[in-house]
Design a protein around this ligand. Structure first.
Ligand SMILES: C[C@H](O)[C@@H](O)CC(=O)C(=O)O
Ligand SMILES: [Mg+2]
Length: 462
């Protein structure tokens, strides 16, 4: 039973000074402070349950997202949760189609990040109250703009097919978890020594995954089982940041490749640094290190550019991955239609929450493109684990060429942090969307008045 009327929405600007250690840095975002606009919804129900939602930001500008959340708040306040989720598609559309606010979107940029934060909080609250069946899930999706590739009936058929073997897959997840890869060793701002040290530690800690070969062609015909009969993963997967300086990239990729060995899987991430011809040329020079994919080689808006890069790099066995800055389901639709990506990276805080991510998971299934979510940021691992485990159990029913990103930062600030075992995400056991932060962490890191920022800002002034 869904209960309660939303009687309060608060939003706070929470920032972690990760730039001080170079954590999270890449060729375009050289000094990110992993941050979040953090929304808390309260209801008048006696259960006292609250909904927590975040959207991820890099520091400056979080105050703008906070403003956008406040601008959208009137759509949520004084609404019955039952009315919201009873017509979730309509409610999603109400937020994304606000007659005035949509002018500063629509369904993209700050206003869409704010939508994600609010809706993530709604999902957290709803998930704590009750379970969902396929028809209910579909009723949350706004199919507007995507019915040319996926209708509600087709989506229903996918979910119905996903019922077959669901129990076994649930068991598999509970036993082994969902395969993960790590980006934490090789942020661009790390020195070679740090990179070596973190890579050594990660190898020791068992960041292991099955060998899948180094070429896309071989990938597409290998039906791999990611674990040995003892339930141990087999291969090692690492992602390295590239794109700022070719000679640096060659040196760093050589270093990592030598450490992980020739058979293991390496991914590269350029974070939109290049023009299309530059991407092809640069990656041709890094091809000797056998990357499985190049991530965000160019502007996230350039669908045909991604298609051209995909075509040019296919003979080198390098795929294209993208999605972490993909505005919405429409761009994903076109990336899929244009064969512009071989690995699709959903992001739980950039798209319009679970509602829009569901539509993208279903489109990816239709196009048979593996989903490998983005999770480099604060709280993204906590959220996206729910989406990708759902994808495996109910949509894709496959682990082939799939893994979910993991970064080893800031989990200690969450009340229900992810649990990683043997390089796999173990299914979350607590009800909700794992979005609640520890109140003491929020207070300390609130910008600019939290203890951490007071000290840092005072030091900057001196
Ligand atoms: C700025 C972020 O850390 C970004 O580099 C994350 C990313 O691209 C990834 O995790 O992938
Ligand atoms: Mg990336």
């Amino acid at each position: 039973m869904v209960r309660g009327r939303i009687c309060s929405l608060s939003v706070r600007d929470v920032r972690f000074p990760t730039s001080l250690g170079g954590h999270g840095s890449d060729a375009m975002h050289t000094d990110p402070d992993y941050s979040a606009a953090y929304v808390v919804l309260e209801t008048d129900a006696e259960d006292g349950l609250k909904g927590y939602g975040i959207t991820f930001t890099l520091g400056k500008g979080t105050e703008v997202v906070v403003c956008a959340v406040n601008a959208l708040a009137h759509h949520v306040l004084n609404k019955d949760l039952g009315d919201i989720v009873g017509d979730f598609r309509g409610f999603y559309r109400q937020l994304t189609s606000d007659g005035q606010l949509r002018w500063i979107g629509p369904e993209k940029g700050v206003v869409h990040l704010a939508t994600a934060a609010i809706l993530n909080a709604v999902w957290d609250l709803w998930a704590k109250q009750e379970g969902k069946d396929p028809r209910t899930l579909l009723s949350c999706i706004d199919f507007r703009y995507i019915t040319d590739v996926l209708t509600e009936e087709e989506a229903y058929e996918i979910l119905q097919k996903g019922q077959v073997g669901k129990k076994e897959r649930e068991g598999q997840m509970l036993m082994h978890g969902y395969p993960a890869y790590t980006t934490s060793c090789a942020w661009l701002g790390y020195s070679d020594d740090t990179l070596k040290q973190l890579c050594t530690e990660a190898l020791k800690a068992g960041w292991t995954r099955p060998a899948v070969g180094s070429s896309l062609l071989s990938l597409s015909c290998v039906n791999m089982d990611p674990w040995t009969s003892e339930g141990l993963p087999l291969d090692k997967w690492f992602k390295v940041k590239v794109g700022a300086d070719l000679q640096d990239d060659v040196r760093r990729c050589r270093l990592i490749r030598n450490m992980i060995g020739p058979e293991k899987t390496l991914m590269m991430d350029a974070n939109q640094r290049w023009d299309v011809p530059e991407a092809v040329k640069w990656m041709s020079q890094l091809a000797e290190f056998k990357p499985l994919w190049i991530e965000e080689p160019t502007s996230p808006d350039d669908i045909l550019g991604h298609a051209a890069i995909s075509k040019a790099l296919a003979p080198l066995g390098i795929g294209v991955a993208t999605g972490e800055q993909c505005h919405n389901r429409v761009i994903f639709k076109q990336l899929l239609q244009a064969k512009a990506l071989q690995f699709l990276q959903i992001d739980s805080c950039r798209l319009g929450s679970v509602n829009e991510n569901l539509s993208v998971l279903l489109m990816a299934k239709k196009f048979e493109i593996p989903v490998c979510p983005h999770a480099g940021g604060v709280g993204l691992c906590e959220l996206v684990q729910h989406l990708i485990i759902f994808d495996f159990i109910s949509v894709s029913a496959s682990l082939q060429n799939r893994m979910c990103e993991y970064v080893d930062h800031l989990h200690e600030h969450f009340r229900y942090p992810v649990i990683i075992k043997k390089a796999s995400y173990m299914p979350p056991k607590d009800a909700g969307y794992s979005t609640e932060m520890k109140e003491e962490s929020v207070k300390k890191h609130q910008y600019p008045d939290g203890e951490v920022w007071k000290k840092l800002l005072a030091a900057q002034e001196n």
